[in-house]
Design a protein around this ligand. Structure first.
Ligand SMILES: *Cc1c(COP(=O)(O)O)cnc(C)c1O
Length: 380
């Protein structure tokens, strides 16, 4: 096997610029004697409010739990009911759908646009004509904002609850304001948003971590209670909740990294711009490029009908790649009930998508070299 010259992602490299600050923060938590909740968590929540413009932020255990608690919160408040339909893109990461089914709600799968790989108003409108969906889970997949004037209008006209799965697009900025006006930053576009700080995300913790943002103080109170055994005040339980709190150790790490979000996202944007400028191969379709905050490039995903061949060729030339995601949700064993749904775009993406390296482990020179290797794919 050729040596990997261009790794896909190495988390130690990603965290290296912050390591001394992170270690100091960990020591602070160790010395504090406060190991659940406390100042670090509160500071993190304030940081996230400032970043998004949402009036409430709740640190939680991970992104899946954030989504579960938002949906369960709406159910506890009587705004969603068992069996209600929740529109969700067919090509998202499976966690989006796990949250929906875990709450006893019904996923309404909608194929994305083949250009943006995100939901469009047209697709959602078609689904609404056939299903009485009550909520829309918009997923900013690969770091591209899935929100525009048409989607917003459709959500308003149909009285949809809009939930953002913002695991992949922290810091991205939409072309129009959210349902509540004001901020155009992801996390403030719908009625509630879930964040993940899984180590590979644009801002990652040293383990699992997540958050919920919302400007709905009733929902915020429900989520906060659900994350804490369903307890609103000590030893008083209004819900049959969970223990899904954010660990102060992870909050401390995130407080170090969050202030550098625009540098991190800008770094990714520079690599994406290099790929976009340098990759020229008729066999390889590049992602629609926008040089703006609409896209924070969690992944740089090319499409080709010869995906497996391209992946092997790149590997043989020292370039590691990944696939997001190789099996569509409706083809997973646990969702066999949905295997008959016609979702041709989700199927196509799972066969043709290939993610090129786009992190701090890749320099601009590396990106240029990778682009040139891609350009030599199947040229004599
Ligand atoms: C990572 C991710 C999640 C789940 O977040 P975890 O923190 O790993 O639970 C949910 N949705 C999407 C789109 C993701 O990429």
């Amino acid at each position: 096997m050729t040596e990997i010259r261009y790794p896909f992602l190495d988390l130690a490299t990603v965290n290296a610029p912050y390591l001394s600050e992170i270690k100091a923060a960990l020591e602070r938590v160790a010395d504090s004697g406060r190991y659940v909740g406390g100042d670090e968590v509160t500071r993190f929540e304030n940081n996230l409010k400032n970043l998004t413009g949402a009036s409430c932020a709740i640190g939680v255990s991970n992104g899946l739990d954030a989504l579960r608690m938002i949906l369960r919160g709406y159910m506890e408040l009587g705004r969603l009911h068992p069996g209600d339909g929740v529109i969700v893109p067919s090509n998202t990461y499976i966690a989006s759908v796990l949250a929906i089914t875990d709450c006893g709600l019904s996923p309404v799968f909608v194929d994305p646009s083949i250009d943006s790989l995100n939901l469009t108003a047209d697709g959602v409108a078609r689904a609404l004509a056939e299903n009485n969906a009550k909520a829309l889970m918009t997923v900013h997949l690969y770091g591209r904002v899935a929100w525009d004037a048409d989607l917003k209008q459709l959500a308003v006209d149909n009285g949809l609850i809009v939930i953002e799965d913002n695991a992949q697009a922290i810091g991205a900025v939409a072309p129009v304001e959210g349902m509540k006006g004001g901020s155009r930053v992801t996390g403030a576009l719908g009625h509630a948003a879930a964040f993940s700080f899984y180590p590979t995300k644009n801002i990652g913790a040293l383990g699992d971590a997540g958050a919920v943002t919302t400007s709905d103080s009733e929902l915020a109170a429900a989520v906060r209670a659900l994350a804490n055994y369903g307890s609103d005040t000590r030893y008083h339980n209004i819900y049959r909740g969970w223990n899904c709190r954010l660990d102060p150790v992870q909050a401390a790490v995130l407080n170090v990294k969050l202030p550098h979000l625009s540098i991190e996202n800008g770094y990714r944007r520079g690599i994406a711009a290099t790929y976009d400028g340098e990759i020229a191969n008729p066999l390889v379709i590049k992602p629609a490029f926008v040089d703006s905050d609409i896209m924070v490039w969690h992944q740089y995903v090319v499409m080709t009908s010869r995906r497996d061949e391209l992946q092997r060729y790149l590997r043989a030339n020292g370039v590691a790649t990944d696939i997001h995601y190789p099996t569509p949700i409706h083809r997973q064993p646990c969702y066999e009930a949905y295997s008959g749904l016609p979702l041709p775009i989700a199927d196509k993406i799972s066969r043709e998508a290939l993610s090129l390296p786009v992190s701090r482990c890749t320099s601009i020179d590396d990106a240029r070299a990778i682009a040139h290797i891609v350009n030599e794919f199947h040229r004599p």
